[in-house]
Design a protein around this ligand. Structure first.
Ligand code: SOE
Length: 386
């Protein structure tokens, strides 16, 4: 019997993210044995009793609920993990905060800035630990990029460039709404690629390169009408299928961002590149253990892009896994976020990105959509302290 302090988790939602988070809770103790807090999978909640029971069995939850309000009211739960579609984040988070629960919320924080602000107000009032699952920060190569930027090796930053390209919604026959396809329904998702994909790019960008001051954006909805799964009727599509924006960062550098679900051949091509005075770095999710680095200080005869295989024990998180040279995967970023959240409970330090930091990302998303709709530059109002 372990004498570690328990963190009793109540998970809401059993989709893709429910699985990634559950895997994180299940793995963390094996690979971060030094942590003094141990997650316990107390309960999982979803509307379908049959499905939630199967999920609980598969991932090791002790009990099930079919109404999240009952889950939030339980006094054997310490933390609520929100893995449901975006339209439910605010209501669940605000109720969980009022009940004094810690909250781990899947990204994006909210559909709109106003909704996100209510969530931030609620967690501040309740003073509960919180984090938002912008998982890509915690891939070792991305964390190494953060360390390299913070070390000053790049010098003054001139450019930040990011893409997140997919191709899964090209078919006009794909319905919108309902299980699996709520990301196409603007009432549920809030926005399209802006909130779903660019939010990742914006979170990483501000973490690495500081606040985004203003934006100029364009969006496009290529398929204007789709059948709605829940009504069976053809309805107008309200999401952005593609979004491009450029921006100024607080540090004077220029940003260029593109996201689409119509880039045939790309499944999840998240890339970023940063160009500084002395050096540049770039990263690609399809080759996630590598960070590329160019240093102008190298002797000219050997100068070129280095491909750093980020798998050594002195590189971020990698002392926790196998032996040098052996890579890890997408799912490990979630294990790392669980580990960092548990660590934050020990140290009393916030687990970044907090709701407040995720709200800064919402500010950029909202400015992007407003800019595209009005065809004009918009200030973001971001106050980046991360
Ligand atoms: C969309 O396809 C999606 O699953 C996003 O919702 C995730 O946040 C992203 O990491 C992968 O793509």
């Amino acid at each position: 019997m372990s004498n570690k302090k328990q963190l009793r988790i109540g998970l809401v939602g059993t989709g893709f993210m429910g699985r990634t988070h559950s895997n994180g809770y299940n793995r963390v103790g094996n690979f971060f044995p030094e942590l003094q807090v141990q997650p316990v999978l107390k309960a999982v909640c979803a509307r379908s009793e049959d499905k939630v029971k199967v999920f609980a069995e598969q991932w090791g939850y002790e009990s099930v609920e079919t109404d999240w309000k009952k889950l939030v009211a339980r006094n054997d739960i310490d933390a609520i993990d929100i893995c449901t579609p975006n339209d439910t984040h605010a209501e669940i988070a605000i109720a969980a905060a009022a009940a004094g629960k810690m909250i781990l919320c899947e990204k994006p924080l909210s559909r709109t800035l106003a909704e996100g602000q209510h969530m931030v107000d609620a967690i501040k009032k309740a003073n509960v630990a919180n984090t938002v699952w912008y998982n890509y920060r915690r891939l070792p190569a991305v964390t190494l990029a953060k360390q390299i930027v913070a070390s000053g090796k790049l010098g003054r930053i001139f450019h930040y460039r990011a893409n997140f390209l997919q191709d899964w919604t090209i078919s006009a026959d794909l319905p919108q709404g309902g299980t699996g396809l709520w990301r196409l329904d603007s009432d549920v998702a809030g926005s399209g690629v802006t909130g779903d994909l660019l939010a990742h790019c914006i979170d990483t960008a501000m973490w690495l390169n500081g606040g985004i001051k203003d934006v100029s954006a364009m969006t496009e909805t290529f398929i204007k009408d789709r059948v709605h799964q829940l009504t069976g009727k053809v309805q107008k599509v309200g999401i952005d299928d593609a979004c491009l924006f450029h921006c100024h960062f607080e540090n004077g550098s220029l940003g260029l961002f593109e996201s689409t679900r119509y880039a045939r051949g790309h499944k999840a091509l998240y890339t970023f590149e940063i160009n500084g005075e002395h050096a540049s770095i770039r990263w690609d999710l399809h080759d996630l253990n590598r960070l590329e680095y160019f240093d102008h200080k190298d002797d000219s005869i050997v100068r070129g892009w280095r491909s750093i295989h980020v798998t050594d024990g002195d590189q971020p998180y990698m002392d926790k896994w196998w032996v040098p040279g052996l890579g890890i995967g997408y799912e490990h970023s979630f294990v790392h976020q669980v580990a960092d959240f548990l660590k934050s409970l020990e140290t009393g330090q916030p687990c970044s990105p907090t709701f407040q930091e995720a709200l800064e990302t919402q500010k950029v998303c909202e400015a992007v959509i407003n800019s595209a709709n009005s065809r004009s530059w918009k200030d973001t109002g971001v106050d980046w302290k991360g």
